[in-house]
Design a binder for this molecule. Structure first.
Ligand SMILES: NC(=O)c1ccc[n+]([C@@H]2O[C@H](COP(=O)([O-])OP(=O)(O)OC[C@H]3O[C@@H](n4cnc5c(N)ncnc54)[C@H](O)[C@@H]3O)[C@@H](O)[C@H]2O)c1
Length: 271
């Protein structure tokens, strides 16, 4: 990673899902490049230790530990951006969960809604309050949504996650159209399998499920970490590689880029 000095100097940036994985990698690099950060996540311990790491780089950081699927909490995050740093330039909607895989006839409404809320409603609420703040500032802005290759193609058994990530890509395109006239660019990155806590949770879940199935004499098939997992690069991405593309889209270097849903997947969706 080559730090681009002062790339985000004087930029106020919100990153959701910043406690670990891709969100933390985004926040750490943005801090090194001069951003004033408002971070949010619901994981208490991980948020605390990430805040400590970022405080070693900059004092211009606030970390709110709350559930972003609730509108009021998203409003609070944007209020902190306004009260502490005077506005908002960049919003990174990165929070998300995969949920346990289940096809439609098996998943409960509660499980389906939970995945949808943590991905789509979180991005909707944050964008609603965030765009109002950007419009107030009247100097444009940039939004990057962390979607997934599951927003571009289907994955056997992952009905809720695939639905939510496709919806997030739709929201991305529509916001790009609606706010181009205000100088607000909106794009999405669509990572493939990336080495983060979410990936390890999915592997653990699959391992437990496989063991239980073997005991019961059932043969499992499909699933995001058991089906087509390899990209042509034949490796799992690093969180930093995904963060780098996100920050490119958030920066002025991408000033003519809006409305794209960009795979960051080592070629996974190319075949
Ligand atoms: N890791 C992968 O293979 C992969 C692939 C494609 C897309 N993604 C996406 O990348 C994004 C980041 O995930 P990651 O891989 O870094 O995993 P991660 O689990 O480390 O990060 C996601 C973060 O979002 C937070 N979050 C989720 N719902 C929340 C809520 N309602 N309120 C507050 N915080 C909430 C979690 O606490 C977590 O810290 C997610 O949107 C994920 O869907 C990940």
């Amino acid at each position: 990673m080559n730090i681009i000095k002062d790339r985000f100097k004087d930029s106020v940036m919100i990153v959701t899902g910043a406690a670990g994985g891709i969100g933390k990698a985004i926040a750490l690099r943005a801090a090194k490049e001069g951003a004033k950060l408002v971070l949010a996540d619901r994981k208490v311990e991980m948020s605390k230790s990430t805040l400590d790491e970022i405080k070693a780089i900059t004092d211009d950081v606030e970390f709110l530990v709350l559930d972003l699927s609730k509108a009021e909490n998203c409003r609070r995050v944007t209020e902190v951006a306004k009260d502490k740093f005077g506005g908002l330039d960049i919003l990174i909607n990165n929070a998300g969960i995969m949920g346990n895989p289940a096809p439609v006839h098996k998943i409960t409404e509660k499980e389906f809604r939970n995945v949808f809320d943590c991905i789509v409603m979180t991005a909707f609420h944050m964008s609603h309050f965030g765009i109002n703040l950007m419009l107030e500032g009247n100097k444009g802005g940039a939004i990057v949504n962390t979607s997934s290759v599951a927003g571009l193609v289907g994955f056997p058994g992952h009905s809720a996650y695939v639905t939510a990530k496709h919806a997030l890509n739709g929201l991305t395109r529509n916001m790009a159209l609606d706010y181009a006239k205000n100088g607000i660019r909106v794009n999405a990155i669509n990572p493939g399998v990336t080495d983060t806590p979410m990936y390890h949770e999915a592997l653990d879940y699959l391992k437990r499920k496989k063991e239980a199935a073997e005991k019961a004499g059932i043969k499992l098939q499909g699933g995001i970490v058991s089906g087509k997992t390899t990209s042509p690069q034949n490796r799992v991405a690093l969180a930093q590689e995904v963060a780098d593309v996100c920050l490119f889209l958030a920066s002025n270097e991408a000033s003519n880029v809006t409305g794209i849903v960009m795979p960051v997947d080592g070629g996974f969706t190319a075949y």
